[in-house]
Write a protein that binds this ligand. Structure first.
Ligand code: TYD
Ligand code: MG
Length: 453
């Protein structure tokens, strides 16, 4: 019997060593190197037909490469298509990461069930009965979706050869194991080997494959970074589990932009696509509430109107509390310092809480002015005039700075029936005539006077 071979792998970056070391020399992380059994054999799980194996590719002039019209597999899910850049590219590998329970399995099962192509959904996490129960909830009558509960890649490929599906979904890559590697499922070498086998299969059969990837505590996809390098597209599914909204982002996309964003709402019957996000994210409250302001933001390429809530109260303890949900806490501190220094508001002895409703987190600097407006409104207990929204960054000198894509923001606000929008004086506005009143400001004092008199 062959001697078992072992090697040492860094669990952070995937670097391989012959012996154990305390600090990985390539990524400089401590205590990440662990021993794993590797036993490579020559033959691989996915065997291509001999004709493709022998065909070595020759270099070609770019202009001679056949430019077939790009065909993409329409997933019938507008949000998913948008994030992918127009649908799944044949032969591509897509990795979907996200925290446990966020809805990765639900999203992919839902897509697989809806498609009119033959799809194979491979699960290493749930039994066929469990998946059936979920399928009945999200899309009861599906004609073309096959469910396989298997974790061994060799067996999966056997079924794929027999079934010839048009789309393969693997839930999840961390549960797969290949016979050619000895170490446990979920280990670096297993993940790498299984992904490599799947890539080979995808490229040779021109079938798109979607993988589910678990996320570690610090928010990165479990397994080596190389997993992200190996696949064509990396998507991230995020959101607060206690809220119903989920955001699908693309972190890497070889076939499209990474600026796109998809929004879903988790319902009892699966995930619903949210095509008009601004309408659902703003509460339709008729009462005048102090401490809320609407920000006209842009996430990726999409304009998005968000409601920002602030609560300012007298600090009970010596050190005031500052807490922000969905907004960068450091930025909040900076804005408070600006208010203190430039606009003369005494907030040093006040607790300030900030919340972006809907469980969405945002890092568009154009929310600054709305955050300031919400804080001042709560501080003075005066509601902001109805139908007003904000789109501007605030600088350290208290100046109101221009933001990108201002026309898009103004149009979205107008579409949703807002009457006024506060923007920077220095923003170049391309729009000629707008129903919405655009108020230009260059300093926060000006906005304060406008809003609170
Ligand atoms: P799941 O897809 O299992 O998450 P992941 O695969 O990312 O771990 O999602 C599970 C959550 O979704 C669970 O908490 C229940 C909720 N859910 C609904 O609210 N409605 C539904 O129709 C389904 C199927 C799940
Ligand atoms: Mg799951």
């Amino acid at each position: 019997m062959a001697k078992t071979k072992t090697a040492y792998f860094c669990q952070n970056c995937g670097a391989q060593y012959a012996k154990w070391i305390g600090q990985c020399t390539s990524c400089k992380q401590w205590n990440t190197v662990v021993e794993e059994v590797v036993q490579k054999e020559e033959k691989k799980a996915w065997k291509a037909s001999s004709s493709t194996l022998q065909k070595a590719t020759k270099p070609l002039l770019v202009r001679d490469i056949a430019n077939d019209k790009e065909i993409r597999l329409n997933t019938l899910d507008q949000e998913f298509n948008r994030v992918l850049g127009g649908g799944l590219v044949p032969g591509s590998l897509t990795l979907l990461g996200g925290e446990p329970g966020i809805g990765k399995s639900t999203l992919l099962l839902q897509i697989a069930l809806k498609l009119s192509y033959k799809t194979l959904y491979v699960s290493g996490e749930e039994s066929q009965k469990q998946i059936k129960m979920r399928a009945d909830r999200v899309h009861p009558n599906s004609e073309n979706c096959f469910i396989l509960t298997e974790t061994k890649t060799q067996n999966i490929f056997q079924q794929i050869v027999a079934l010839e599906p048009d789309l393969v979904v693997i839930d999840s890559i961390q549960t797969l194991h290949s016979d050619y590697i000895e170490s446990a499922a979920g280990s670096i070498s297993q993940i790498r080997e299984c992904t490599a086998e799947l890539i080979k299969f995808a490229k040779e059969s021109n079938t798109p494959v979607i993988l589910v990837g678990h996320i570690t505590k610090d928010g990165t996809i479990a397994g080596p970074k190389i997993l992200e390098h190996m696949v064509d597209t990396v998507l991230q599914f995020e959101g607060d589990r206690n809220y119903v909204y989920r955001i699908l982002r693309s972190l890497k996309n070889r076939f499209g932009s990474t600026a796109e964003l998809g929004i879903y709402e988790m319902q009892g019957s699966g995930l619903r696509e949210v095509n008009n996000p601004s309408e659902v994210l703003i509460s339709k409250n008729d009462q005048d509430l102090s401490g809320t302001a609407i920000a006209a933001t842009v996430e990726g390429m999409r304009p998005l109107l968000l409601e920002i809530q602030a609560l300012v109260s007298t600090a009970v303890y010596g050190t005031p509390q500052r807490s922000a949900t969905g907004f960068n806490a450091k930025r909040l501190n900076m804005l408070l310092a600006v208010l203190e220094k430039r606009a003369g508001f005494k907030l040093a002895a006040k607790d300030v809480f900030l919340n972006i409703t809907g469980g969405i987190s945002i890092d568009d600097p154009a929310t600054d002015l709305a955050v300031i407006a919400a804080i001042l409104s709560s501080n003075s207990d005066i509601a902001i005039e109805k139908g007003a929204c904000f789109a501007a960054e605030v600088g350290l000198a208290g100046e109101i700075r221009p933001v990108q894509r201002i026309d898009q923001r103004i149009l979205e606000a107008e579409k949703l029936g807002f009457q006024t929008i506060y923007v920077s004086k220095n923003n170049k506005i391309g729009l000629k005539k707008t129903k919405i009143q655009v108020k230009l400001a260059s300093k926060i004092e000006q906005v304060v006077v406008e809003l609170f008199g």
